[in-house]
Design a protein around this ligand. Structure first.
Ligand SMILES: Cc1cc2nc3c(=O)[nH]c(=O)nc-3n(C[C@H](O)[C@H](O)[C@H](O)COP(=O)(O)OP(=O)(O)OC[C@H]3O[C@@H](n4cnc5c(N)ncnc54)[C@H](O)[C@@H]3O)c2cc1C
Length: 261
């Protein structure tokens, strides 16, 4: 797998890595976390392909390997961050942990296709594309005001590539409590992210067959379809696919206010 990636796909990694419908990433994480592939030959492959000579794809892939090592170093030196925020000023942050909404997230029924498709991917493959991990985790922590530890535990139960350091690092990044955390006002918009990284809706349709006949321009906001069109493509909102469980813009403002205070 590593040789196939290094010989054929590494050069376009920087262009393809954020598109879940494209075979652009190495898919080596389960091997790396289980230890059946060592980080060393991966680093050698990246360097051989020009990571230190300005070759964009190889350089970017090396930087992702370094994220892995960085999170391992953080966990080694700050083991308490497995359970508590890296940034101490967030230790007393309160989350509302709404049970009904958390259940909708775990059941892929949030009404936001990119989030639901991400959860379906983890249920069906035991993996989730990195870009989707960021969107799904940010949606749970920010839009649904849920403690990142709940999401971290959920991913632990499902991920084949589970790695405590990377998982905690990723969740704390999304929650805004981690080392290099996304600033509190950076909240991903699941509709815009969907249009951007899955422009034709191919990925969401592959995971959510109930959207298969929805025109691409509505693939990430199917509730915007007129009722006649909903009936015509067999995706009546509230019947075949849920309506959004929260309004993203309202949830976003509440999350910013909470983290600001
Ligand atoms: C909320 C959240 C939870 C995550 N949980 C895990 C986890 O439990 N286990 C895990 O291995 N990764 C985790 N990641 C990181 C990343 O999503 C996966 O490593 C990546 O999707 C694996 O796909 P790949 O092997 O094709 O990666 P590639 O893009 O080909 O990258 C090569 C390798 O670099 C490492 N890597 C890539 N991106 C990251 C990153 N952002 N952080 C740390 N290491 C990275 C991985 O070992 C990966 O296999 C998480 C990210 C987020 C945002």
């Amino acid at each position: 797998m590593m040789e196939d990636f290094a010989n054929h796909r590494i050069n376009s990694y920087d262009k393809d890595l954020d598109y879940p419908a494209v075979n652009g990433v190495s898919k080596l994480s389960s091997r790396l976390s289980a230890g059946t592939v060592s980080i060393r030959p991966c680093v050698v492959a990246a360097i051989t392909q020009g990571a230190l000579r300005g070759c964009g794809g190889a350089e970017h892939w090396l930087s992702e390997l370094i994220w892995r090592e960085f999170y391992k170093m953080v966990m080694f030196h700050f083991p308490h961050t497995a359970k508590s925020p890296f940034q101490q000023r967030y230790t007393h942050l309160k989350w509302s942990n709404p049970e009904r909404l958390i259940n909708a997230w775990t059941q892929a029924r949030t009404g936001y296709p990119i989030v639901d498709a991400a959860i379906r991917q983890i249920h069906t493959t035991g993996l989730m594309h990195n870009c989707l991990r960021m969107i799904a985790s940010m949606f749970l922590t920010k839009d649904l005001d849920t403690d990142w530890r709940i999401g971290e535990r959920y991913f632990m139960q499902w991920l084949m590539d589970y790695d405590q350091a990377s998982n905690v690092g990723g969740w704390q990044w999304s929650a805004g409590t981690g080392t290099d955390a996304a600033p509190y006002f950076r909240i991903m918009n699941p509709i815009l992210q969907g249009h951007r990284y899955d422009p034709d809706g191919l990925f969401v349709k592959s995971m959510l067959p109930e959207l298969s006949r929805v025109p691409p321009r509505f693939a990430h906001e199917p509730w915007m379809m007129p009722s006649a069109l909903q009936r015509q493509c067999g995706c009546v909102i509230g019947q075949n696919y849920p309506s959004p469980i929260v309004d993203h813009n309202t949830a976003r403002k509440a999350a910013i206010k909470k983290l600001q205070d």
